[in-house]
Design a protein around this ligand. Structure first.
Ligand SMILES: [Fe+2]
Ligand SMILES: [Fe+2]
Length: 263
């Protein structure tokens, strides 16, 4: 895979469709970049994909529902792989409000997103979407302070933002389908890359953080950067925990980049 690509949307959990892109990461394999549509009574779009796949992304999303029916756009955090199509979708989804935190509002405000379209929610608070409540949760790892995942209390689905992601050798349908060693290595690499502060973390305190997430007892974990994961809660927590002791991530330098480009 040499270029970012969108795969076909598919059901990945009860009431959830994934809009699923894959991004080549030279030297490391591929990274899934997932947005999700939660078919609640008040439909919720979780993140908005990457701008480099804009036309296809919007086509796939609007084939699922009329954009005017989207009530909520939950932005897990204001990174480019999560808000790539936000402005276009906001224009079309005239009834939607963005769910974010104070810092997320500030970051999006700086990009010209109107503040009156935003709805502020803090971790521990719930959003009522008609037929269920969504609990706002801080995932165990993150690369931006505004990061807020969500837990669908009706079907016990955890949307974990960047947390529990993995760099993989090839696209996969599910996390269970990935070779166990490759999953472990991919999770540790991603955690070191995305959350370099892990290396300065007290392992005991971090295990409390993981225990809190484990206590949700999620039936499915939907990470932005992992295929859907079922029955892997303990495994994924253990991989993220192992990243604390792993060597820090050091990216390619200019000489390595030039070599890759020549290849
Ligand atoms: Fe991120
Ligand atoms: Fe991300």
């Amino acid at each position: 895979m040499n270029e970012p690509a969108l795969f076909e949307p598919r059901k990945v959990a009860n009431d959830v469709t994934s809009i699923n892109a894959w991004l080549p990461v030279p030297g490391f394999g591929v990274l899934p970049v997932n947005a999700f549509l939660l078919h609640a009574q008040q439909p919720v779009l979780v993140d908005t994909g990457m701008a480099c796949l804009s036309n296809q992304f919007l086509e796939q999303l609007y084939a699922q529902l009329d954009p005017a029916d989207i009530q909520w756009i939950w932005i897990t955090h204001a990174d480019f792989d999560h808000l790539g199509n936000l402005k276009d979708i906001l224009n079309d989804a005239v009834n939607a409000r963005i769910v974010t935190s104070f810092i997320g509002m500030a970051k999006m405000g700086l990009q010209g997103i109107p503040l009156d379209r935003m709805y502020l929610l803090n971790p521990g608070q719930h959003l009522d979407v008609g037929d269920r409540k969504l609990l706002a949760v801080t995932p165990p790892t993150f690369d931006a302070p505004e990061t807020c995942g969500l837990f669908d209390t009706r079907h016990n689905t955890l949307f974990s933002a960047d947390s529990f992601g993995a760099l993989l050798q090839e696209p996969a349908e599910s996390a269970q389908a990935v070779d166990a060693d490759a999953l472990r290595e991919g999770c540790i690499n991603w955690a070191c890359l995305d959350a370099p502060w892990l290396h300065n973390t007290d392992p005991n305190k971090f295990s409390d953080v993981l225990a809190q997430i484990a206590s949700l007892d999620a039936a499915t974990i939907l990470s932005s950067h992992l295929p859907p994961a079922q029955g892997l809660n303990d495994t994924l927590c253990s991989h993220v925990s192992a990243a604390i002791q792993a060597p820090p991530f050091v990216g390619p330098d200019q000489a390595a980049l030039e070599q890759m480009m020549a290849a």
